[in-house]
Design a protein around this ligand. Structure first.
Ligand code: PRX
Length: 659
């Protein structure tokens, strides 16, 4: 069994929500109990009632869950609706003038959009996309900086039934090309170049490089003029965003789609070298984003919500683009990074925009914590009432700092566990009811049937005993398949315990109060700064370098990033020559151009061979132990070449001596 399901940190502290918070928070204890009861009695009916109450339907559905062909589940299948209508149009009468977005650019300029203004922009762009010849079902790759245009582009696609696939601006040309090809995109939407943390990200150049070998299915590239940077212009394919919207009407009849119609694809790393195009449905996804927002963030009409994630990740889809807008909230959208121009940026922005709900990643908290208490204390953070974290386990020390210094000991913290595949938060405290424990995401939300099972699929009942985290019943916002690869979907998520049991790929245990603690990935996927990276992806990038014979990648703990990328590389020729002539630096850059800067190995160790079993399997668990600098306790008697062991550890000794 993987080492991620054995270790068991114990954390005794518990923090009940302050009475002043609980008194008015929704759902209340009684309301939450009723939700759990209702869901337990009738899973499908529970979600059907939520879907009727929360979404606006063009044509109402008659059936909740259709599980006749597991694991290909359908929800509300005969209903029709439109995602952008649900996010925008239905608010126009009641809160058309309410601020939807407060955008702060990297440079610090602020721009506001009311719901009415955002609706108009989305309609104009949607009409423009139709004029370009885009139809229902066409795929559109969005490669934009974080900002209103990304949201407008996503909603405009949804409005005309085009399927968006946002690619994070940090991905390289190679990664972008792979995603464009796999999705068979008709259109790419990008910007000339955008500042991020004071540096210019050359988005259009990267798109050009991605398409250099041929446009394949891509008909056009829409370019938003973000800052007037000089770019190459391809007259046949390129068109300015301004020209797309010029003369277009600010109203646009939505394309009504079936509930199960794909709303978007989002590529994420798995345990093979090829990223997976996670496919989400329209109605089920929207319902998950909407209800989880209500249960976890207690939204109120005067809240200012700020989720710091980029729309290039699932968190930015569910809690920047869809969740807040579906719930008619006001939110901050930020183009930049927490440390630019200085590490006070977040705190200054919270004070300036009177943010009341703040949702960020443990990595950001750890990085900012390093600068001490003084910086946040310079700012009035009194508007905050609720804090959240997502993306990776939060260590108790960072949790306590967040609680004490940012929340001033009066803001509940919601630690939300979920995944690109789950679409919405799954395990998280309902803040007015459930006491938090630093490092635990607490309990599943209503209608989410999470369990922890052993190798045979039997429930693990003993506290602190590790197992596989699974979801036993389909839920509306679950992925529907992997784009173009039903077999991989079935094998990856439903291959271990049958077609009804979704395997999350995380190890977990419960404590004596039934609280869930996530122990980390068990499937050769790393979590670096809250971002998923497949070790196989990085390995194949390394192995494609002419001077690399073989490579193995593992994670090792990192104080800020959670996990760091450690690569063991067998170089062609002399190992010492490889170290001496700067091959490590070259390989880091190589991985940067193959995948993106986030995947660059933090450390590369050159070895003469990799530890393998007699059947030729790389002993990753052993490498992880070596990477952590721990004593090897695993059985190494099956090692083909035991001499390697001394070398890996010698490399370890050298590395720590150098550090
Ligand atoms: O290992 C879990 C970790 O992030 C993985 C999902 O990554 P991704 O699809 O990129 O989505 C991240 C944002 C939802 C999970 O399999 N993870 C996510 N949230 C938590 C977490 N680990 C511990 N605690 C969390 N709150």
């Amino acid at each position: 069994m993987n080492d991620k399901i054995e270790s068991a940190p114990h954390e005794g502290r518990s923090f009940a929500p302050p009475a002043t918070f609980s008194e008015t928070a929704q759902p209340s204890a009684a309301a939450l109990a009723a939700l759990y009861r209702e869901a337990a009695e009738d899973h499908s009916g529970f979600w059907a009632r939520q879907a009727r109450r929360n979404l606006s339907w063009k044509l109402p559905f008659t059936q909740g869950l259709d599980d006749s062909h597991p694991p290909f589940f359908k929800w509300f299948a005969d209903g029709w609706l439109n995602a952008s209508y649900n996010a925008l149009d239905r608010h126009l009468d009641s809160r058309g003038d309410k601020t939807a977005l407060i955008f702060e650019s990297d440079e610090g300029t602020v721009q506001r959009y009311s719901y009415r203004a955002l609706h108009a922009e989305v309609c104009r762009f949607a009409n423009g996309l139709r004029t370009l010849g885009l139809h229902k079902g066409d795929r559109v790759v969005i490669y934009l900086p974080m900002g209103p245009q990304a949201i407008i582009a996503m909603l405009a696609c949804a409005r005309i039934g085009a399927i968006h696939s946002v690619v994070f601006g940090g991905f390289s040309a190679d990664s972008l090309r792979d995603r464009i090809r796999d999705a068979g995109a008709r259109l790419v939407i990008t910007a000339d170049a955008a500042p991020r943390g004071g540096r210019l990200v050359p988005l259009k150049d990267t798109v050009d490089a991605a398409l250099a070998a041929g446009y394949d299915t891509v008909r056009q590239v829409v370019v938003y003029r973000r800052n007037g940077a000089a770019i190459a212009w391809n007259r046949e394919h390129d068109i300015w965003w301004d020209d797309v919207v010029a003369g277009q009407l600010a109203v646009c009849e939505p394309e009504w789609v079936e509930a199960e119609f794909p709303l978007f694809l989002l590529y994420t790393s798995g345990s093979t070298g090829k990223p997976k195009g996670v496919q989400h449905s329209t109605a089920g996804y929207l319902l998950g984003a909407m209800t989880s927002m209500q249960w976890v963030f207690d939204p109120r009409p005067d809240d200012v919500f700020w989720c710091t994630a980029d729309v290039g990740w699932i968190t930015g889809h569910s809690y920047v683009c869809y969740g807040p807008l579906l719930n008619g909230m006001t939110q901050v959208v930020f183009e930049g990074v927490p440390t630019h121009p200085d590490p006070e940026r977040f705190w200054r922005m919270i004070a300036a925009h009177q943010v009341s709900i703040f949702y960020t990643a443990p990595t950001a908290i750890r990085a900012l914590m390093r600068n001490g208490d003084e910086l946040p204390r310079r700012h009035d953070l009194g508007s905050l009432r609720l804090l959240g974290t997502v993306g990776e386990p939060i260590n108790p020390e960072a949790w306590m700092w967040y609680h004490r210094v940012i929340g001033n000991e009066r803001c509940p913290i919601v630690d939300t566990w979920w995944q690109t595949e789950t679409g919405a938060a799954m395990i998280a405290p309902v803040p007015g009811v459930v006491a938090a424990k630093p490092g635990s995401c607490t309990r599943p939300l209503p209608g989410i049937a999470v369990d922890i099972v052993d190798e045979q699929g039997a429930p693990v009942t003993a506290p602190y005993e590790g197992g596989y985290l699974v979801v036993n019943k389909p839920w509306p916002s679950m992925l529907r398949t992997i784009w173009g690869d039903d077999a991989r979907y079935e094998k990856t998520y439903f291959g271990q315990f049958g077609k009804q049991v979704y395997v999350a790929g995380d190890g977990a245990h419960r404590d004596e109060d039934g609280y869930i603690w996530i122990l980390g990935r068990i499937d050769d996927v790393l979590n670096v700064s809250g971002h998923r990276l497949g070790t196989a992806e990085i390995e194949s990038a390394l192995a494609s370098h002419p001077r690399v014979a073989e490579a193995a990648v593992v994670g090792r703990p990192h104080e800020i990033k959670g996990e760091a990328v450690l690569a063991f590389v067998v170089a062609r020729g002399e190992r010492h020559a490889a170290v001496a002539d700067g091959l490590a630096a070259e390989l880091r850059e190589w991985v940067g151009t193959r995948i993106g800067a986030i995947a660059k190995p933090d450390e590369i160790r050159f070895v003469d061979g990799l530890p393998k079993t007699r059947s030729g399997k790389i002993m990753r668990r052993l490498l992880r132990t070596v990477g952590r600098g721990e004593t090897i306790t695993q059985d190494t008697s099956t090692l083909e070449n035991e001499a390697i062991l001394g070398q890996l550890c010698a490399a370890e000794a050298r590395a720590s001596a150098a550090a």
